[in-house]
Write a protein that binds this ligand. Structure first.
Ligand code: FES
Length: 279
């Protein structure tokens, strides 16, 4: 089991910020991107970290919502989040507009461990909106001359967006859809399993990064174990406080049956052999 990075509270402690929204873009399938002005996030966040957004001035919904930091722009001092409308909180966020204020706490959580040199293959696997943390990760991997293979699975062609931007960030794209309308027909785990052996032959070291629904992450963890490649997974889970206080975001540790990690405080990034996603 590798030691993953700890939440970086010393390097750049999270604070509450009130920022200005620069732009709200709507993509397909109820996917939105909010770009906001924040020097703290654009200059001090790392791939895998998240922010906790206050979605309403009312008490309903009461809790903030967590979102991965999707991308940053140092020159513009902006940062992006990407989300899918799935409930009341994200519905309210989809109605936000440029020039409006955005209240959030961040940067929160730990981050993906990055390779030390360029002799590594990064195999990134995303299911649906699980793509959110990976633009920033691709940019950091590209800076390290890492060869990036991005496997992205959706239900149909409407589940893909920003493909050219991912390619500009250094990613070789491998797409799959359940209906076969784009790329491989089937689940992204099957596509990855079919192609990963050729990728592994070309590098001296390899690392898998994954984010998506838990059954997908469980499948990826099993593949990683079979081929003996370290695998970091970013967990998406419901959160309330987002700060380790309410114990509402537990995930079973693999090593100790009755013990839990808390995704907001100990994660959201874990090595796949640390957590038990079999339920
Ligand atoms: Fe409260 Fe994680 S959301 S402990």
């Amino acid at each position: 089991m590798k030691n993953r990075s700890e939440p970086d509270l010393i390097h750049y402690p999270p604070s509450i910020y009130e920022c200005t929204i620069r732009d709200v873009a709507e993509f397909t399938s109820n996917i939105y991107r909010i770009r906001f002005e924040s020097e703290a996030i654009s200059n001090h966040s790392r791939p895998g970290q998240f922010i906790n957004i206050k979605v309403s001035d009312d008490l309903n919904p009461l809790w903030r919502r967590p979102f991965s930091i999707h991308d940053v722009n140092h020159r513009e001092n902006t940062a992006d989040i990407l989300f899918k409308v799935i409930g009341q909180g994200t519905e309210l966020m989809s109605q936000m507009q440029a020039a409006q204020n955005l209240n959030f706490i961040g940067p929160l959580g730990n981050s993906f461990d990055l390779p030390e040199d360029g002799k590594e293959n990064a195999i990134i696997i995303a299911g649906g909106i699980g793509i959110a943390p990976f633009m920033l990760l691709c940019r950091r991997l590209k800076e390290k001359n890492v060869s990036i293979h991005l496997f992205w699975g959706g239900r149909d062609e409407s589940d893909f967006y920003l493909l050219e931007e991912f390619e500009r960030s250094g990613a070789n794209l491998h797409l799959s859809t359940e209906d076969g309308s784009v790329g491989y027909k089937g689940f992204v785990t099957s596509l990855c399993e079919a192609e990963i052996h050729d990728i592994l032959k070309s590098g001296t070291k390899n690392m898998i990064y994954a984010c998506g629904p838990n059954p997908m992450l469980h499948g990826i963890s099993e593949i990683a174990q079979r081929i003996d490649v370290p695998c970091q997974i970013s967990l998406e889970t419901l959160m309330a406080c987002g700060l380790g206080a309410c114990l509402g975001c537990g995930v079973k540790r693999r090593t100790e049956e009755t013990s839990y990690y808390y995704v907001c405080k100990d994660g959201p990034v874990f090595y796949s052999d640390e957590v038990d996603l079999s339920d």
